[in-house]
Write a new protein. Structure first.
Length: 350
């Protein structure tokens, strides 16, 4: 697959050179930081990945008892959310259906006992970027795959999901996939934000969205069953360390870097992007312009606002596309995107 343009590739290379010193390697991967949780359909493992610079990530690993595929769903959470609550529900949902999954939390989502210097802590907070997160996620996935016999999850062939922050970092994950020899034939991402830099002139539009969000919260509340509702508050991580890391990555999320990373994704990449009519932050018209030369990228606007991400119907739509993909993979006998017919997966409404 060739990148979108040599100009964009050069920009990415320049950015890589500037930020290379801030990208770390996995120093330690800890399996089962707590007791595994056994379900009738599989086992949920809570792991941790600790980078050499001290940055620590919580990792949720879902292993079905009877997998229907050896492709793994991978995701990283939205801003201010954890690997618990909503994101755990998503991973468990696919595990119940026989699809393995890995969710990698935000920086600082695992609180390690390992001591880091004050300088390392400060550097970690000030050196946050979507590109750095993308590299770290690939490197964590590499460690999981190199231990797949003991961890029971393969990460060389993956389906990428992502919401909000996770969808933005997903652009970097896709752009770097070839570098890490990772096959991601399909990505299904929801409400990626700010493909261009946010400016004060856009504040009125953002305020209109903020006003609409409470109504979406009411709709969301009504769509969640009691069993799930009990666990949803855990979606938000308010530990001081998590708060510090969420604040520190804020400027990167509003910087327009998501749009720059998106422009490095190969033109042949198959990707479905869901946006919402009342979600200004997603800026669908900008994404449509960025991907106008990508014939395999579909951007679809549906009713709702940003919080509609967590509505049950949003996952239902993703479900249908994921299982259409798995049927196509089984039918063709290949996981390579060039061998698959995506018109039956996401390029049409049929």
């Amino acid at each position: 697959m060739e990148p979108s343009s040599s100009h964009n590739n050069a920009n990415l290379h320049e950015t890589l050179q500037q930020r290379q010193q801030f990208i770390s390697h996995v120093a330690e991967y800890v399996a089962d930081t707590t007791y595994p949780q056994y379900h009738t359909t599989g086992i949920l493992h809570q792991d941790a990945a600790i980078m050499k610079d001290g940055t620590a990530y919580a990792v949720l690993r879902a292993v079905p008892n009877d997998p229907i595929t050896d492709m793994t769903i991978g995701l990283t959470p939205a801003w201010w959310t954890s690997t618990r609550g909503h994101n755990r529900h998503t991973i468990e949902h696919f595990m119940r259906l026989g699809v393995p999954g890995v969710a990698i939390g935000i920086e600082g989502s695992y609180r390690t006992q390992q001591q880091t210097t004050v300088l390392q802590q400060v550097q970690g907070l000030f050196n946050q970027s979507l590109l750095r997160s993308s590299h770290h996620i690939h490197r964590i996935l590499d460690v999981i795959d190199s231990n797949n016999e003991s961890l029971s999850v393969h990460t060389k062939d993956m389906i990428l999901l992502g919401e909000s922050r996770g969808a933005m970092i997903g652009k970097g994950i896709l752009g770097l996939a070839t570098k890490y020899n990772r096959n991601i034939p399909y990505a299904d991402i929801t409400a990626p934000c700010f493909p261009e830099k946010f400016s004060v002139t856009k504040t009125p539009n953002l305020m209109k969205q903020v006003i609409r969000e409470p109504l979406e919260f009411v709709k969301l509340f009504g769509s969640i069953g009691l069993r799930s509702l009990i666990h949803y508050p855990a979606s938000i991580d308010l530990h001081p360390h998590a708060i510090a890391n969420n604040i520190s990555i804020g400027p990167a999320l509003f910087s327009g870097d998501a749009g720059k990373l998106a422009a490095t994704i190969p033109r042949e990449q198959n990707m479905h992007i869901t946006t919402f009519h009342d979600d200004f932050a997603s800026m669908p018209h900008v994404w449509e312009d960025i991907y106008k030369q990508h014939s395999n990228v579909r951007i679809k606007r549906i009713e709702g606002a940003h919080l509609t991400i967590a509505h049950s119907r949003t996952l239902e739509y993703i479900d249908k596309r994921i299982f259409a993909l798995l049927l196509e993979v089984e039918h063709v006998g290949s996981k390579k995107a060039e061998d698959l017919d995506f018109s039956t997966v996401h390029l049409s409404d049929v």
